[in-house]
Design a protein around this ligand. Structure first.
Ligand code: UGA
Length: 443
């Protein structure tokens, strides 16, 4: 099957590569010529385990190609996936400029029937706007060509995107057209051979499903963070509470890990966008607003704990920071709790010595060279000469720690653990002060 993907960002590149890998002919289009040139040379612009070799293999096999030519891209696939960015507007709603620009391009160049597939995370009602835009572009050139628009949201987690694409829980397609159903079934046939997880539904239901799924997961996290904050004040250990409630299958163990707040390109943006959509239809989404508010506060918790331990005195202090990415196995620092912390520390006059297994380049790109930021070569170097250690991301390599050694390194012996990696008793036994989330020492 011939497939065109607009956008070679995270979602577009993973989708295009995985579809090529099961034998489809895929052409990925991007307006960024530099990016396309690098992709053609097998260099991928993001860190995603397994993706680089998969891109290389499929480029070599001739199934995956790249272009900057919109006319070529539109002519190529019967399926035209839109996987471009939808950054948040100032008011939190999703900016559809790029999505609608692709729709315009398709309408301008198409010469035969196309199915336009909304893959980007877009607000409910976007399929209608895409349809109107394509129809408008066709009308402007006096063309009458049949086309359909469907919604096919993605459920990829960064760091596990290939696994999620190939073994996801479901494939959702919002359409009422039998023709589209047949084509989308053909597209995903290799993935539904053993277990038919293709779910057809109304376009608006599909669009809302994407937001509802992310909002539900974000709600679980904020709920658990609220319980952790309470546990801390009540002298209970939240990790025991987590195991206690997770054992109820109605609640489950997933996404109830308390921490220093959710980050990334999805949860913060999608919860806000859904709240914005609600207010557009005169509905006050109280719960979504609270989920967002709890998370904003939670991202400050690491600084608050440090401030408590240092009695608000940060001048002349050096803080070691382990983990910059918003979660392990990615170099993505969008909305990462580490950023809230670093910015607050700098504001207060402290220095940061940071280490992350993958996000060092990204950190340099975001903050440049500055006197109050040392990017350390490894986790050991980050701790050298520091007053305290803060853990922001639960990378595997941070999970073991020689507490006696650490006690000798840290001037104040303070560890603030935003991911609850250690047993408080073991840390305390080494003479360290351990502040975690909903356990350990409380202020
Ligand atoms: C999320 C969803 O999990 C995907 O299903 C969805 O497709 C994707 O958004 C998207 O909309 O594109 P992602 O943002 O990559 O994926 O990362 P998650 O693994 O979901 O983690 C999000 C944040 O929640 C991280 O900062 C993580 O540390 C935090 N988290 C997660 C917790 O604080 N506690 C938990 O129990 C789980």
């Amino acid at each position: 099957m011939k497939i065109t993907i607009f956008g070679t960002g995270y979602v577009g590149l993973v989708t295009g590569t995985c579809l090529a890998d099961v034998g489809h002919d895929v052409l990925c289009m991007d307006v960024d010529a530099d990016k396309i040139a690098r992709l053609e040379g097998g260099e991928i612009p993001i860190f995603e385990p397994g993706l680089e070799s998969m891109v290389k293999d499929n480029v070599e096999a001739g199934r995956l190609r790249f272009t900057t030519d919109p006319a070529e891209a539109v002519a190529f696939g019967t399926l035209q996936f839109i996987a471009v960015g939808t950054p948040p507007d100032e008011d939190g709603s999703a900016d559809l400029t790029y999505v609608l620009a692709v729709a315009e391009t398709i309408g301008k160049h198409m010469a035969d029937y196309k199915v336009i597939v909304d893959k980007s995370t877009v607000p409910v009602g976007t399929a209608d706007r895409v349809r109107e835009t394509v129809a408008g572009a066709l009308q402007a050139r006096g063309a009458a060509i049949d086309f359909d628009v469907c919604s096919n949201p993605e459920f990829l987690k960064e760091g596990a995107a290939i696994e999620d694409f190939t073994h996801g829980a479901r494939i959702i397609v919002g359409t009422e057209s039998e023709r589209v159903k047949t084509l989308m079934r053909e597209c995903y046939a290799p993935y539904i051979r053993l277990h038919d997880k293709l779910m057809f539904m109304d376009v608006r239901a599909a669009e809302l499903t994407k937001y509802a799924a992310n909002a539900m997961l974000a709600t679980k996290i904020s709920f658990m963070n609220e319980i952790a904050n309470l546990a801390e004040r009540l002298g209970a250990d939240v990790e025991q509470v987590r195991r206690g409630i997770g054992s109820d299958p109605r609640i489950g163990y997933q996404f109830i890990y308390p921490g220093c707040g959710y980050g990334g390109s999805c949860f913060p943006k999608d919860v806000q966008a859904l709240a914005r959509t609600a207010s557009d239809v005169d509905y006050q989404a109280e719960l979504l607003t609270a989920v967002e508010g709890v998370n904003r506060r939670q991202k400050q918790t690491l600084f608050t704990k440090l401030a408590g331990a240092f009695e608000g005195q940060f001048a002349g202090r050096t803080i070691a920071l382990w983990g910059l990415a918003f979660k392990p196995n990615t170099d993505d620092m969008r909305d990462a709790p580490s950023r809230t912390l670093m910015e607050a520390l700098w504001q207060a006059g402290a220095k940061v010595q940071a280490y992350d297994p993958e996000a060092m380049k990204e950190c340099r790109r975001l903050y440049g060279e500055r006197d109050d930021l040392l990017l350390a070569g490894d986790r050991i170097q980050a701790v050298k000469g520091a007053d305290a250690l803060v853990i922001c991301t639960e990378w595997k390599e941070f999970r073991t720690l020689d507490f006696a050694w650490l006690k000798q390194q840290l001037a104040t012996g303070v560890i603030v653990d935003g991911r609850n990696l250690f047993e408080p008793e073991a840390v305390k036994a080494a003479g360290l002060r351990y502040f975690a989330v909903g356990r350990g020492e409380s202020l």
